[in-house]
Design a protein around this ligand. Structure first.
Ligand SMILES: Nc1nc2c(ncn2[C@@H]2O[C@H](COP(=O)(O)OP(=O)(O)OP(=O)(O)O)[C@@H](O)[C@H]2O)c(=O)[nH]1
Ligand SMILES: [Zn+2]
Length: 231
């Protein structure tokens, strides 16, 4: 069982989430392309060593990145699928929780051994400009999903085929998944990756991201334990 992180996630029961071998989808072959060592700032002046991997043959032709942390031989890896959030990951936007989630994942996975798959799926797949259009609509009172729909877009366009391809290319067909999002585990199961268990990420709430977090908890079944649910 995984240990809890500093923000008190818990490990849930094992999930029966793998497809039978006979029905495994053919995803197309991807293979590792380059593997480079990169020291990462992990807070409090600490550096952790990451290995960054690129791939040939990913299904959508985009540049997704695998970041390997900790002991690669430590058994079933702890994996986070982290969808790109330029505003949160790079600029530290407090409108969402992506930046602190990413940094907490680096720390936690460095301890456990595993991978962050950094997926180029900005704005849950709608792209940066559409996300900022959605932010404008949210300022008029819509929640994150209503704003997508007002733009004529689906709630969530993400497909995790490339994540399954990266995992298979690295020989990982069984993982523990660091997420609060049930769709990630379900999709990976259908794509032939056994999710042994999920580990909740911490809840990084602040006065600016309450509506974002409560919409995830109330509308898409994210396992987020907010102190107080905002309607
Ligand atoms: N469309 C849209 N996307 C947003 C908004 N706020 C954040 N995002 C995007 O939401 C995605 C968050 O991805 P993840 O960190 O993988 O989070 P998640 O799907 O909520 O699941 P877990 O963090 O794994 O529990 C990023 O791509 C952000 O850019 C928003 O208001 N609208
Ligand atoms: Zn974000």
């Amino acid at each position: 069982m995984r240990s809890a992180n500093g923000s008190s996630p818990t490990t849930r029961s094992p999930l029966p989430l793998s497809a039978p071998a006979s029905s495994l989808p053919h995803l197309g072959d991807a293979s590792p392309r380059a593997r480079v060592r990169v020291p990462l700032e992990a807070g409090a002046g600490q550096l952790v060593e990451a290995r960054m991997l690129t791939f040939d043959g990913l299904a959508d032709g985009r540049e997704h990145l695998a970041v390997q942390l900790g002991d690669p031989g430590a058994g079933v890896p702890l994996v986070r699928l982290h969808s790109e959030c330029l505003t949160g990951d790079v600029f530290g936007s407090a409108r969402c929780d992506c930046g602190p989630q990413l940094h907490d994942a680096i720390r936690l996975i460095d301890e456990s051994g595993g991978l962050i798959l950094y997926l180029r799926q900005e704005g849950r797949g709608i792209g940066l400009y559409n996300k900022l259009d959605a932010y404008r609509l949210q300022e008029g009172g819509l929640d994150t999903y209503e704003a997508n729909r007002a733009l004529g877009l689906a709630d969530d366009l993400r497909d995790y085929t490339v994540a399954a391809q990266m995992l298979r290319a690295l020989g990982h067909t069984e993982i523990d998944l660091l997420t609060n999002n049930p769709d990630k585990a379900e999709q990976l199961g259908r794509l032939g990756i056994t999710v042994r268990c999920t580990v909740r990420t911490g809840v990084f709430d602040n006065p600016h991201n309450q509506a974002y977090l409560s919409a995830k908890a109330n509308k898409t079944g994210h396992d987020i334990r907010l102190k107080e649910k905002v309607a």
